[in-house]
Design a protein around this ligand. Structure first.
Ligand code: ZN
Length: 221
């Protein structure tokens, strides 16, 4: 069961672009809206990339929200141009964690969705690959969904299509949706702001590339 319209929390990365393609497939282009957050991230190019991708998919309702005060209340390598991003992919707590980010995004998305009469909020968070991010866990999203419903007396459904998928499985999903090449070439996941295949060195690029290779290798056999 689903509602008629959906709001996708959209960063222009591999995961949220795959979610957007799936949402358009399920709800229909005219029934999908996007919300993108500009929060002082190093790769601020991602807002431009998100606009371009939303345009490519024909999303008419794309809102960009400015949270440029975020670095005043927390610190993260993602928000600080002077801080290097931890290279270790398996680090327990990557220094790119931005405290409260997904909760803040979900809150603002929910406020916006309610005004639009939208109940389904789709986010590409995933607990499989990034276990160091506490607000990517399923238990957090479910808890936040309950809290949002209580906060606004509204029946939101926070949907996380990628929650249990590996990066390779997310590539497989993009392939099934017919957008594998588009996602590979046009999305921005790289912490150093390199579109498509990325810099090849940051933790995000390593994960993305590893998943891509695993999927392609599996496809050949
Ligand atoms: Zn990179």
């Amino acid at each position: 069961m689903r509602n008629d319209r959906a709001l996708v929390i959209f960063s222009g990365g591999q995961d949220s672009t795959t979610c957007l393609a799936q949402a358009i497939c399920e709800y229909g282009k005219g029934n999908v809206a996007c919300i993108t957050f500009h929060y002082g991230q190093k790769h601020s190019l991602e807002v431009e990339v998100a606009k371009k991708i939303a345009g490519h998919f024909g999303v008419a309702d794309h809102t960009v929200i400015c949270l440029d005060w975020y670095s005043q209340v927390t610190d993260s390598a993602l928000l600080d141009p002077g801080r290097a991003i931890t290279k270790a992919v398996d680090a327990a707590c990557p220094n790119t964690v931005v405290d409260g980010r997904n909760m803040l995004f979900l809150l603002i998305a929910a406020i916006y969705a309610k005004r639009q009469g939208i109940r389904d909020i789709i986010t590409g968070v995933c607990e499989t690959d990034f276990s160091g991010y506490p607000d990517c866990r399923d238990v957090f999203v479910k808890s936040c969904n309950v809290t949002l419903n209580l906060a606004m007396a509204y029946a939101f459904r926070v949907i996380t299509p990628l929650m249990a998928l590996t990066k390779a499985e997310t590539w497989a999903l993009a392939d099934r949706l017919g957008v594998l090449a588009y996602v590979a070439e046009n999305t921005l996941t790289c912490y150093n702001g390199v579109v498509g295949r990325g810099c090849g060195e940051c933790p995000s690029c390593v994960l993305r590339q590893r998943g891509y290779e695993a999927y392609m290798a599996g496809k050949k056999t």
